[in-house]
Design a protein around this ligand. Structure first.
Ligand code: MN
Ligand code: MN
Length: 323
């Protein structure tokens, strides 16, 4: 259980129907970072409504709002682990991190400053993007004590050097920058689900740095249990981050994203992989690249919040054990 004095609970669907009232993440109380109750918060769900790092189809800036709306369907207990995250930890919706939709470098600074504060206030963030570039400033804020490990679910490595003749900051480059900046230890990194037509030196560069890159082909050859066991061994018990790009999932399940790739994970495989992260030493997690304009049915947002709930249960499990 959380060691905090207060207890934050979602709005009960037995009292207020799920479609009613203001949609915070998972119907949790809204507690801004400046709120005096923030020391009581263990896990903060936060949106980063930014897609200026997108190199192709945009729209992920609308992700946090759509994810909040769909997240009102989430109930209290995990069906397999039986974890009740809202009892195991004090969870709150922190609102959205400041961004500047007209300026990438300013946004990088605003997001970095914000996540520095999140860390300083002792809150473990579960972040909803936004495009994948946001993971770079989130890591700048969180990994200020030295490089961390990372488990990365994605169809893409996001290890490119630059786009458009010199642009270093896009959703295809965040983890190359994060390694260069000493935020990530490449030898404690694993990328799972990599696939799609190729171009550039991203995979070769990553392997040279020591990153374990698991293609979707190898995932199916070796099997989910073995890959996740290897992932746990690679990050070990030192601090690590989890980043989940919704495009790792097959577009049959999650078409509402900017860079879909066929041949991806089923939603159930994704759930089972995240469940295997229980008991690690995580400093935070994110779910990125849900693009509502490409998600007219809303199904991708539902996949996204369902994965966020899986991630929340992992973070709440570790909060309950005093990590
Ligand atoms: Mn991707
Ligand atoms: Mn990505």
């Amino acid at each position: 259980m959380s060691t905090k004095e207060m207890s934050f609970q979602p709005v009960s669907a037995m009292e207020v129907p799920r479609f009613a009232s203001i949609p915070t993440f998972m119907r949790l109380p809204h507690v801004e970072l400046s709120n005096e109750a923030i020391p009581q918060v263990d896990i903060g769900l936060v949106g980063v409504p930014w897609d200026g790092g997108t190199t192709n189809r945009p729209g992920a800036r609308h992700g946090p709002r759509q994810l909040r709306d769909y997240s009102t369907m989430i109930r209290a207990m995990h069906p397999v682990s039986k974890i009740k995250p809202f009892e195991a930890a004090n969870c709150a919706d922190l609102g959205d991190c400041p961004v500047n939709p007209a300026d990438t470098m300013d946004t990088l600074q605003r997001v970095t400053d914000y996540f520095h504060q999140v860390k300083a206030k002792g809150v473990v963030p579960l972040t909803a993007g936004g495009d994948h570039m946001i993971s770079l400033p989130v890591l700048r804020g969180l990994a200020s004590d030295g490089p961390v490990g990372m488990i990365h679910f994605d169809a893409h490595t996001d290890l490119f050097d630059e786009y458009f003749n010199g642009c270093k900051y896009t959703h295809g480059t965040p983890f190359r920058r994060a390694i260069e900046e000493g935020l990530l230890d490449p030898k404690r990194m694993i990328q799972i689900g990599i696939r799609g037509t190729r171009g550039g030196d991203d995979v070769e560069w990553g392997i040279e740095q020591g990153i374990r890159i698991v293609t979707i082909e190898e995932f199916h050859d070796v099997g989910l249990d073995h890959i996740m066991e290897e992932a746990r061994g690679i990050v070990g018990q030192e601090p690590a981050y989890v980043t989940f790009d919704i495009d790792c999932i097959d577009p049959a399940f999650a078409p509402g994203t900017g860079t879909p790739e066929i041949g991806g994970f089923t939603t159930f495989e994704a759930q089972k992989m995240v469940r295997k992260l229980q008991g690690l030493n995580l400093i935070g997690a994110d779910l990125v690249e849900v693009s509502p304009p490409f998600d007219p049915e809303g199904g991708t947002a539902w996949v996204g919040v369902s994965i966020m709930f899986e991630l929340l249960c992992v973070l709440a499990g570790q909060a309950a054990h005093g990590k």
